[in-house]
Ligand binder design. Structure first.
Ligand code: SF4
Length: 390
């Protein structure tokens, strides 16, 4: 079970966060990097096609899936950002230029289709709209994360600052820094509560100096933010442990159709793969486990869809090492990297020579270990003397 909230000393940050966005790109060794926020990981097929075309025309030909269910384009020319912005805005992927970096919203995978107490997709839409509608919330740090969990417990433990967790079809808990705050709401009032808590986080952050990137960095952050929001209180309950890996394979939906969940090795989705996905369903969902949900497949289409995707490298096998291996950008994308960690991890996976018996592991080109998943992970870090496994 998730441990209870504890007091944390305030951590004075000496710099503002520099999370990239779609417009505020990051200069990497292989060109500009743009991060496109995808609230809830939910993309229409039309949006996915726009992103695939942008990756092909403006970037290095691929989309990178991130641990927050967002997407990155790499290898952009310095002058490509305005054109990318125009394409994203036209596709509805950039509803607010001022808020684009703070639209980090994770939602339960498969929500509304299989499992969970309720469908949180309407929460995603309403929360994102509320976020973008409030000028004050443009001041959130780029590291801000909201989690909208339909009760299956898959995203609540992934480090959200503010979250909703469905305790049942009629009751929702407000989570702060991943633990139950004790504040409750009915499902219809839940988004309002989450937005109030987000504003309260911002107010408490300001009261504590305005430098923290995350709610958990504030002194007594969960308790002080909870005290700032209205709503009935209950005794906080333990929340389910976060799964180590996400779902994979075929899931029968409540409506009898099938959702395929495929892992994209190292999160690198080629433009052709994205186009293929877009041709299979009207909407796909990106997950924080660098996988993609292809929902609403009629029975006669499931096998062909799985075969077509598998041919391009998408993984449906729960025993595949690709469910347990992640890597940072490494060379050539990052100048700090001592190795091409993605190529080395891929070679080790292909030859069955992953270290630590192939247990959950994160490969990194330097000690910063960017993109390291939460929880128990073996680190495989490049050093001048080769990879160090710890
Ligand atoms: S972990 Fe190091 S090498 Fe890898 S992306 Fe981050 S800074 Fe670059």
């Amino acid at each position: 079970m998730t441990s209870p909230a504890v007091s944390s000393p305030a951590v004075p940050r000496v710099r503002v966060d520099a999370c990239p966005g779609a417009l505020q790109t990051h200069t990497a060794a292989d060109g500009e990097l743009a991060r496109v926020r995808v609230p809830g990981g939910l993309l229409t097929s039309g949006q996915l096609r726009v992103l695939a075309a942008a990756a092909r025309d403006l970037g290095d030909g691929a989309l990178e899936l991130t641990s927050r269910g967002n997407l990155q384009l790499r290898g952009l020319a310095p002058e490509a950002a305005p054109e990318l912005g125009r394409r994203l805005a036209a596709a509805g992927l950039l509803p607010s230029e001022s808020h684009e970096r703070v639209r980090n919203v994770l939602a339960s995978a498969l929500t509304g289709r299989a499992g969970g107490h309720l469908d949180v997709r309407p929460w995603v839409t309403a929360f994102d709209a509320g976020l973008c509608a409030d000028p004050a919330l443009a001041g959130l740090p780029g590291r801000f994360l909201a989690t909208l969990d339909d009760g299956r417990g898959d995203v609540t433990g992934l480090g959200g600052d503010v979250g909703l967790f469905a305790l049942g079809p009629d009751a929702v808990a407000l989570t702060l820094a991943g633990v139950d705050s004790g504040v409750r709401a009915a499902p219809s009032d839940a988004v309002g509560l989450a937005l109030a808590a987000t504003l309260a986080f911002l107010a408490e952050r300001t009261a504590q100096g305005g430098t923290a990137w995350r709610l958990a960095e504030l002194t007594d952050g969960p308790a002080r933010v909870a005290a700032r929001v209205p709503g009935p209180r209950a005794t906080p309950v333990p929340l389910p442990p976060t799964p180590v890996t996400g779902p994979v394979g075929a899931d029968v939906q409540a409506d009898g159709r099938t959702a395929l969940v495929g892992v994209v090795p190292l999160g690198r989705l080629g433009a052709a793969q994205a186009d293929l996905l877009a041709g299979l369903a009207d909407e796909v969902q990106l997950t924080p486990w660098r996988s993609v949900v292809v929902p609403d497949l009629d029975e006669h289409r499931v096998d062909d869809a799985a075969v077509d995707l598998h041919r391009t490298g998408v993984v449906f096998d729960a025993d595949s090492p690709w469910l347990r291996v992640t890597a940072c950008a490494g060379r050539p994308g990052c100048a700090k990297s001592l190795a091409d960690v993605r190529a080395d991890a891929a070679a080790a996976a292909a030859t069955g020579t992953l270290p630590a018996d192939g247990t959950r592991q994160h490969w990194a080109g330097c000690e910063r270990r960017c993109g390291r998943p939460r929880g128990d992970v073996v680190d495989v870090v490049a050093s001048p003397a080769g990879y160090r496994v710890s």
